[in-house]
Design a protein around this ligand. Sequence first.
Ligand code: FMN
Ligand code: SF4
Length: 396
Amino acid sequence: MTAASATVALLSAPGPTLADHLATHGPLPPGDAIAVAEEAGLTGRGGGGFPTAVKLRSVAGGRRAPVVVANGSEGEPASAKDAVLLSRAPHLVLDGIALVAGTLGAASAVLAADAARLPELAPHVAERRDRLPVRLHPVAAGYLAGEESALVAALNGRAPVPTSKFPPVRERGVDGRPTLVINVETLARLALLARGDSSAGDRALLTRRLERAGRLWVDVVDAPLSTPLAEWLPLDADVQAVLIGGYAGTWVPARTAARLSLDHSGLAAAGARLGAGVLAALPADRCGLRETARVVHFLAGESAGQCGPCLNGLPRIAAAMDLLARPAPPPPDLLPAVRRWCGLLPGRGACSHPDGTVRLVAGALGVFGPELDRHRAGTCTARVHRAFLPVPRRPR
Ligand SMILES: Cc1cc2nc3c(=O)[nH]c(=O)nc-3n(C[C@H](O)[C@H](O)[C@H](O)COP(=O)(O)O)c2cc1C
Ligand code: SF4
């Protein structure tokens, strides 16, 4: 079978070297990244699920040659897919950069990733002979550092915080040039699609997180989107709910999740979306409100506090979630107030960080409604108080 007709999983090369890569995938054929993305209906894997062809077109054919920024920041604490991809298949990402840079006639190309990962990536970059050398950029720690305008700000020597949406980075980004910020998984998928693997656009890297017999399991799989979610997570009585997408995602009760497929319309049926590809199965012995409150504190603390919704709204919601997460009656007007704030914040920040946070909170208040009632009556489901979802500690 030729590479062109095979279905090859993203993580299938036996090792990360160029020799491993070429033996598994063969050389990158010449191609037009826009046509490839369009034909496959590829959507971005950085969280927003935006059509890749539309995005590529938005920076093509302008007066100034654009800059391509491969986004391997992975600020989402529950996600490990981009780190695994960069360590297992760096040349698929570099092929994706070469393909996109060639199509756009890019002036320069950058691969942004955690500083700790760069020494491992440098030899892979060095052994290639691409038209455009790829520059490695260390991403600052933080949930927001991978947001596209924050990343562009850092590349321009400024603080790594989101900036105003106007002008957008696709018009004025790195060095004032039109800039394409594109997730590393999206690039790797383009590299497989360009080789004729038409299934590559219909799969996704998923970070699965679950506990079995008190033991935590975290891994990354390359899953077809047409498959049921239940094929990838055991959704038995030991699981009460699944967090789908990540910390800007949605809680779904386990019995609802058991009926969903991973594709866009399947997840949309439960008000969810794939986001950053996180599937976290909350064990039955934990309190979903307490888990959500911890995450919301983290998210509120990550904002640079530049806009009203982050400065005033998120800390207020985080404090309210603390009260709702306790097994005690909350102040009577607290729950309606949180619901009201959740309705007020979306669309009001310079970036969509507040929108993602209130999506998580609003979903939790619905899915863990029975838990809210228990707390009101002074009891709580939690039998185990060990945290399930990861929340990084940052030096302040
Ligand atoms: C708060 C916030 C954090 C983000 N963090 C990341 C990230 O760590 N990695 C990433 O690829 N995209 C992240 N994004 C999305 C980027 O802004 C951008 O849309 C994405 O890199 C585009 O890639 P795609 O079109 O391939 O999805 C984040 C967005 C927001 C609002
Ligand atoms: S909405 Fe929040 S995170 Fe986004 S730029 Fe404004 S203050 Fe920063």
